[in-house]
Design a protein around this ligand. Structure first.
Ligand SMILES: [Zn+2]
Length: 131
């Protein structure tokens, strides 16, 4: 049982998943902070000192916090944009890897019989012409 669990926990993809979850969580905090602490005050300022999280109206006993909803939409757009830029940057980096140079030609065409022969040949093996 214990050995089975160890085998499971030590499998590469489980470790990769753990790393992805931890990095993703930390990354999510950075994005949330960027949105909540940097962008939203500026957006609120641009809209005349509006604080989205305080936008709400009361209908009977229900408090409709539509400001929080708007903020969630803005969060999503910003996160989607950041992810898009990240993926785009990584794609560009992958494309910049130098493509393997086309292989130098190793054959040529005999001018007398037009058969394909070695580029180093000085005499055609097919028609015996001097090249
Ligand atoms: Zn030839």
């Amino acid at each position: 049982m214990l050995k089975e669990f160890k085998d499971f926990a030590m499998r590469g993809n489980v470790m990769d998943l753990a790393v992805a979850v931890i990095i993703g969580g930390a990354f999510g905090k950075i994005i949330a902070s960027l949105v909540n602490d940097v962008l939203m005050p500026l957006i609120g300022l641009a809209l005349g000192g509006l604080n989205f999280s305080e936008l709400a109206f009361t209908y009977k006993e229900a408090v409709v916090k539509y400001g929080v909803f708007i903020q969630s939409i803005i969060d999503f757009v910003i996160i989607a944009f950041v992810i898009f830029m990240l993926v785009r940057t990584m794609n560009n980096m992958q494309k910049k890897e130098p493509a393997p140079a086309p292989a130098a030609p190793t054959t040529k065409e005999c001018p007398h019989c037009f058969s394909t022969i070695s580029i180093k040949a000085t005499r055609c093996p097919n028609c015996t012409s001097q090249l």
